[in-house]
Design a protein around this ligand. Structure first.
Ligand SMILES: [Zn+2]
Ligand SMILES: [Zn+2]
Length: 648
């Protein structure tokens, strides 16, 4: 073999030989010119590199295009440089923080000093960005020493960059230059801006430097770019649709929940319709859990500091979380509950256990409190108080797999009933090359990991496996759903835990008459009621399934003459256990129908002389229109059948 040749292994395990100093573009060209045009970056031995960076040793490489996550990341990260380059030309005094790519697009945190910018500046910035793209501005990578980097950025007054460089280890630092703008950056980037064919600045937000409330608030500019104009148009349409479904907007319109600054930031208040919806969700899950042998418990909202010291939560949440609550008694300190698990561990300890009474499954809709920075709060998805649909299963190692299967069955039933048809599960395992990081014996880890893998296979889950993502205390399985407009949400977790049983010294007597530690499984299929309802609102656009919706019907009398008959219909339907109201306003029927459509009420029951005479209602279905006249009984039967079908 020629010594000057290097071997490049491609993802399909085929090996190609090149002379030294080959780069990703050359490799792509050896496959096809088309591919070479589309390569955005390359993953070289697990690290993402610029497509023109020389590869000098035998390597395994993956070429990244727009269709790969890594390709998008490179594209969007480079676009952040484009945004910063444009801004540095338009606002010479701007100082730059950080500019990472995100799930959709990218942002840059910038200190504009006294020149605050507004959305009115967007077109001008976009225009400048387009100019730089047209000029095919190159992005040039350069290695410099730490001392030189500090000098360079200090001279430019880039104090945020200087702070970041100071924290880097000594040695060479990479900087990237594009036009007049130079950024501290590890890369990788596109070779120039020309692939960026469509761009849009989206929004402004405030962001504390390094997420620290005590530091200066910078302006965060969110933007997105695409290789094709069509893709930008599609994305903007998607944003419009997402806006319509925003749970904060719909939650208000449908009168489900509210927030009050006086009550406190990030503390959701459930209004009557929302509370009823939540209660139905809870009852639905309680019923399923009962069938699966769970026992319902209730624990207080606070706990003694000693409890959380035993569990380790004090160490984890203590410093950044809420402060302790003290009482007039000397030395008494309480904490708002950040997790239900420690309370449940104490419930387990309340009586001795034998292998015969395991698994022991206890469930609670337990409200927990965690501090979140006010800038991080977001509707029902980032809150300071939320209720988990929590449960803990205490079992023997041999029971793990079966318990996992059962929890998966509950999750699948929930997804099916609530029409989350598109979901995947992620299995998080430990890093086998670093086992001392984890607690519990090798044997027990192997058993638990196999239990999760086998249970997922048996239940036919579409899974991805991530090595090294397990918590130090055990492997886990997370469910991700895609909503109706394709967004990904994490819902539902099943987590194995060896740590808490150890810390709380939980025991059971085995068949051998010896004491053993049980394994604890934490699981929450909804995650939290708040987050789940938020996702459900955005998934359904507020058109909830019939069994769940706050109002199944609304009676629309065509004039006040039919008020008495309306009330009679309402009480008859209440006897059938259906939920609804009467629109008693003195409005035209057309207006009442429009409002009921807006409120997304599934059935409108119109009553007038004809209906009163025959003892019927004229039924209109939301989004569908007229279903004709029906007797009260027939209408109730129709709703009943539909609900039954939904819950099957
Ligand atoms: Zn960069
Ligand atoms: Zn737990």
């Amino acid at each position: 073999m020629n010594n000057n040749m290097i071997n490049i292994t491609l993802p399909d395990n085929s090996v190609k030989q090149f002379s030294e100093s080959v780069n990703a573009i050359d490799i792509a060209k050896s496959i096809s010119e088309g591919l070479a045009r589309n390569v955005l970056s390359a993953t070289v031995n697990g690290e993402v590199w610029d497509a023109n960076r020389p590869i000098n040793t035998d390597s395994s490489i993956k070429l990244n295009t727009w269709n790969d996550r890594e390709g998008k990341d490179t594209f969007w990260h480079t676009s952040a440089h484009l945004l910063a380059s444009a801004i540095s030309e338009l606002f010479p005094n701007a100082k730059f923080g950080i500019g990472p790519e995100i799930e959709n697009g990218f942002y840059y945190d910038i200190d504009f000093g006294d020149n605050q910018i507004t959305p009115e500046d967007f077109p001008k910035i976009e225009e400048k960005m387009r100019e730089l793209v047209k000029a095919e501005t190159k992005i040039i990578r350069k290695d410099i020493s730490k001392a030189d980097a500090i000098k360079m950025f200090s001279d430019k007054g880039e104090n945020y960059k200087v702070e970041l460089i100071n924290e880097l280890e000594d040695g060479t630092i990479t900087i990237y230059k594009s036009g007049k703008f130079t950024d501290l950056c590890r890369g990788p980037h596109l070779l120039d801006f020309s692939p960026i064919k469509a761009l849009k600045i989206l929004t402004l937000a405030g962001a504390y430097w390094r997420g620290d409330e005590k530091r200066k608030q910078l302006t965060r500019i969110y933007a997105i770019t695409f290789p094709k104009k069509k893709e930008l148009d599609e994305y903007l349409n998607f944003l419009e649709e997402a806006k319509k479904r925003d749970h904060r907007k719909l939650g208000k319109e449908l009168e489900l929940f509210m927030f009050s600054d006086k009550v406190g930031q990030g503390l959701p208040i459930w209004l009557p319709k929302g509370a009823m919806l939540r209660e139905r969700l809870e009852n639905f899950l309680k019923k399923v859990q009962k069938e699966y042998g769970y026992l319902q418990v209730i624990t207080p909202h606070i706990g003694d500091v000693k409890l959380y010291k035993t569990s380790g939560h004090f160490q984890k949440y203590g410093a950044d979380s809420f402060r302790t609550i003290t009482t007039p008694n000397e030395g008494e300190e309480y904490f708002l509950k950040p997790m239900n698990c420690p309370h449940h561990a104490e419930i387990y300890k309340n009586k001795p256990h034998s292998y015969k009474d395991l698994p022991y499954r206890i469930a609670e809709f337990g409200t927990v409190y965690r501090y979140e920075q006010s800038g991080e709060l977001h509707g029902l998805t980032r809150v300071r108080s939320f209720t988990q649909d929590d449960a803990h299963i205490f079992c023997t190692p041999e029971q793990l797999k079966e318990e996992f299967c059962k929890v998966i069955d509950i999750v699948l039933y929930i997804f099916k009933t609530l029409k989350f048809e598109n979901f995947t599960a992620q299995i998080s395992l430990r890093d086998p090359s670093n086992t001392e990081k984890y607690i519990g014996s090798d044997e027990i880890w192997e058993q638990a990991e196999n239990a999760i893998i086998e249970a997922s296979q048996e239940r036919g889950l579409k899974t991805t496996t991530v090595i090294g993502e397990a918590a130090f205390y055990g492997p886990k399985l997370d469910f991700m759903v895609r909503d109706a407009i394709g967004r990904k949400w994490q819902l539902g977790t099943i987590q194995v835990d060896y740590n808490l049983p150890e810390r709380f010294e939980l025991e059971y007597t085995g068949q051998d008459n010896q004491k053993h530690r049980p394994i604890m499984i934490h699981r929450a299929p909804f995650g939290s009621m708040e987050r789940f309802v938020a996702v459900l609102i955005e998934h359904t656009g507020g058109k909830f399934p019939l069994w769940l919706t706050p109002e199944q019907f609304i009676i629309l009398p065509i004039s006040e003459k039919y008020e008495i008959y309306s009330k009679k219909v309402l009480s008859l339907l209440a006897n059938y256990d259906l939920r609804g109201t009467i629109d008693e306003r003195n409005e035209k029927t057309g207006k009442k129908i429009r409002d009921a459509e807006l409120a997304k009420i599934p059935f409108m029951l119109i009553v007038g002389e004809n209906e009163e005479g025959k003892g019927t209602v004229s039924v209109r279905r939301h989004g569908e229109g007229d279903l004709g006249a029906m007797t009260i009984e027939d209408f109730a039967k129709m709703v009943d059948q539909e609900v039954e079908k939904e819950l099957k």
